[in-house]
Design a protein around this ligand. Structure first.
Ligand SMILES: [Zn+2]
Length: 347
């Protein structure tokens, strides 16, 4: 599929692979889950082998530094080494400890994990994981609900499409409406969510502490993973401040970095980030960072795509061309499960 896209791009003279240079730009990579459980109900997992292949490729080709190091270099206006990459993880999934942490140690790679603080060691699930749990654990074959429409659930691909589409619709709901909708969905699907289910999925504070002592840094990612621009200012302040405080109390060190859930923010969110003393905040906008035109409150990141070819394409700064092509070739994409997943993951 990638070959097809590159062929079209070449034909349209969009790419100039031989002369392209993105050496001076910095890439912050975003990962979520690293696990071999491919039919899991949570986010798209990146298989452990693929993650290791990423690390092998990056260590060979790029200069990997910590987010702290990058921010210090930017702050002190020092030159950032060519081909610099920073690794980050969002949410705080347990498989970061079980699968990613041993590999990060093996390759001596620093990383920052952004924690949805209230979910750590609590047994609770984020709202998006609740939707996934319901969709993947129901025995019904289709859903029909007022205000939602009709969805098929008769294959894993249909379940994935349904899960992604419901999530996208719920993102526009306010918090109260969203939670009552999820309760109703659980009812319709006849699925009970155990209050301990999050213990299997999310990190415990002991795991966080162990990683903190072994080269992994931690940032805040709110308490409950809401869409911040949907909240009142008071709620936004609570979500960000309490998340930071909870990590600081557990690790006894200052939390300097923040990641916007779903990459969503507005000027009010940025003001609160500055007010609370964060040194930087990261987005999910699939771009490299140009060290001459950066904003520490909205540092771009790109996804750690499962397919190494995609990752290479984005590291070469061809992401924007890729998405233009995707728009043109929409028909191919909706018929292809792996492409569909990439597009649905885009924020
Ligand atoms: Zn998140």
């Amino acid at each position: 599929m990638l070959e097809k896209i590159l062929h079209i791009a070449d034909h349209m003279k969009l790419l100039d692979i031989h002369t392209k240079s993105s050496n001076s730009k910095v890439a912050i990579l975003t990962y979520h889950r690293v696990t071999n459980k491919q039919n899991d109900w949570s986010l798209n997992p990146l298989p452990v082998k693929s993650f290791e292949n990423h690390l092998k490729f990056i260590t060979k080709t790029y200069n990997i530094i910590s987010l702290d190091n990058l921010v210090n270099l930017i702050d002190s206006r020092k030159k950032i080494p060519n081909k610099t990459v920073v690794l980050t993880f969002d949410d705080g999934y347990k498989d970061n400890y079980i699968n990613a942490f041993p590999l990060l140690k093996k390759y001596e790679i620093p990383a920052t994990i952004f924690l949805t603080s209230k979910l750590i060691g609590s047994g609770e699930l984020a709202w998006n994981d609740k939707v996934g749990y319901i969709i993947y654990n129901t025995s019904i074959n289709q859903i029909k609900m007022d205000g939602l429409g009709e969805y098929r659930l008769d294959s894993n691909f249909e379940k994935y499409k349904t899960f992604s589409d419901i999530k996208r619709k719920l993102i526009k709901f306010d918090e109260v409406k969203k939670h009552s909708f999820i309760d109703e969905l659980a009812n319709v699907c006849n699925v009970e969510i155990s209050p301990h289910i999050g213990e299997e999925l999310m990190l415990s504070w002991n795991e966080v502490k162990e990683m903190n002592e072994n080269g992994i840094d931690f940032g805040a990612h709110t308490m409950n993973h809401p869409i911040l621009p949907n909240l009142t200012l008071e709620e936004v302040r609570y979500e960000i401040f309490e998340s930071k405080k909870m990590i600081e109390e557990n690790l006894q060190k200052q939390v300097k970095f923040f990641s916007y859930p779903y990459g969503d923010f507005n000027q009010d969110t940025i003001n609160i980030i500055k007010e609370l003393g964060f040194k930087c905040a990261v987005t999910l906008d699939q771009r490299l960072i140009n060290p001459e035109k950066y904003d520490l409150c909205t540092l771009s990141r790109i996804d750690g795509f499962e397919d190494l070819s995609f990752l290479k394409l984005f590291l070469l700064d061809y992401g924007k061309y890729f998405y233009n092509l995707v728009k043109l070739k929409n028909r191919i994409i909706t018929n292809n499960a792996s492409f569909f997943k990439i597009i649905m993951n885009r924020k």
